[in-house]
Design a protein around this ligand. Sequence first.
Ligand SMILES: C[S@@+](CC[C@H](N)C(=O)[O-])C[C@H]1O[C@@H](n2cnc3c(N)ncnc32)[C@H](O)[C@@H]1O
Length: 444
Amino acid sequence: MCSEPQYSLIRAKLYKFNTKTIHSFTPFPLFPFPCSPMTSNSQLYQLIAQQISQRPQQQITFSEYMDWVLYQPQHGYYATRDTVIGPRGDFITSPHLGHDFGELLAEQLADMWVALGRPTPFALVEMGAGQGLVAADVLQYLQEQHPNCLQAVEYTIVEKSAALAAEQQQRLQPWLAQGIPVQWRSLDEIPPNSIVGCCFSNELVDAFPVHQVVLTEAGLQEIYVACPAGQAGESDAGKEESLRFREVVGELSTPKLAEYFECLGITLEIGAYPQGYRTEVNLAAFDWIKQVIQLLQRGYLLTIDYGYPARRYYSPARSQGTLQCYYRHAHHDDPYEHIGHQDLTAHVNFTALERWGEMWDLETLGFTQQGMFLMALGLGDRIAAISHMTVNDPVAMQKALRRRDALHRLIDPMGLGNFGVLIQNKGLTVEEKARPLKGLTVPT
Ligand SMILES: C[S@@+](CC[C@H](N)C(=O)[O-])C[C@H]1O[C@@H](n2cnc3c(N)ncnc32)[C@H](O)[C@@H]1O
């Protein structure tokens, strides 16, 4: 039987110190909980095993493994149509709580348009757009509240998953039909120095593949993924129970990993950190931010995600890192289960994004929490408006109460409200920088 319980998991509502994980579920009474447990995708397992067998040392980095299980074009978690974010999938994100998140974000984007002197075109580049919910809410809100801004908008979606891009195209059909310029591009397809506007993302950077490192007696080493002994490249379709990779510890695969910690002023050594201390490094975020900066001529990079500043991220107490697996609104620590059917994610090091930005003239304008950001953009007024509503119809009353609950969840300091919001800028004049952005002002 599988009709209960009905939960929905917000990924950042997990606080992991040492090996103890506190699960925090929030009731979200929408859809039945799926029943039959899904084992690993054996075709994906075989593809990864073949990759491993072709390597001289019969192993791949954890980052390569994570990239394959999430993004392999035919079988990866984000590539398959039956893998969905949302109440029917494995976790929900802010836009699944209604239109308010996207609308308030649109309020910030319209404010940026004004701050930049109302440029035409005004490029909005959404990276990692999931099901296209934010894009739909932003375009709808701009159409209703800021039509002049919408007239200037050129909306570009950068999406790695072909299945999700197809879903986005379907969802945005009404705007495409009206001739509103929405296009899908890879970052490589966008000309350098061409963007005047804002590049933004919600829960993108946490979805990048990460390297895993571990502190041993020999110093900082890396975690690699290998096949079970004697199995590399062998075909084992059908032997579900044996589809399990193993971890191997070895030398760092690239000097960039040691340079990363040097750049942050963090020395991972025994004494200051316990032996066996394990954590992640998101080098993909380095390549990503470098590329975005090269595309940006003038404007903003707005990043919303769960994460910490470097000192908190690499606290000795966080001895097992932040890597988490999400499967059907539950979470666990085993990335070698449910291969291709579960999400893998790691928290974001916001300090690294700031440091790397500064290397290429991307300057931090502000870092705040999602709760503060959305309140500054008017979320409090929305809650107040619901409280002052006179509703006699019980159905409408239920709807209003649900929306009020969703608004509270967006700013919950133990959940989504604690997400980081980092706004960086490139090419702004001194006057433009001095003008406070709405989302970074103190909420009244
Ligand atoms: C956790 S989902 C977040 C989706 C959406 N922003 C939301 O808030 O619901 C991560 C999204 O980023 C996409 N993604 C991951 N890596 C990417 C990359 N390098 N470039 C573009 N999209 C990427 C995934 O396919 C997915 O759409």
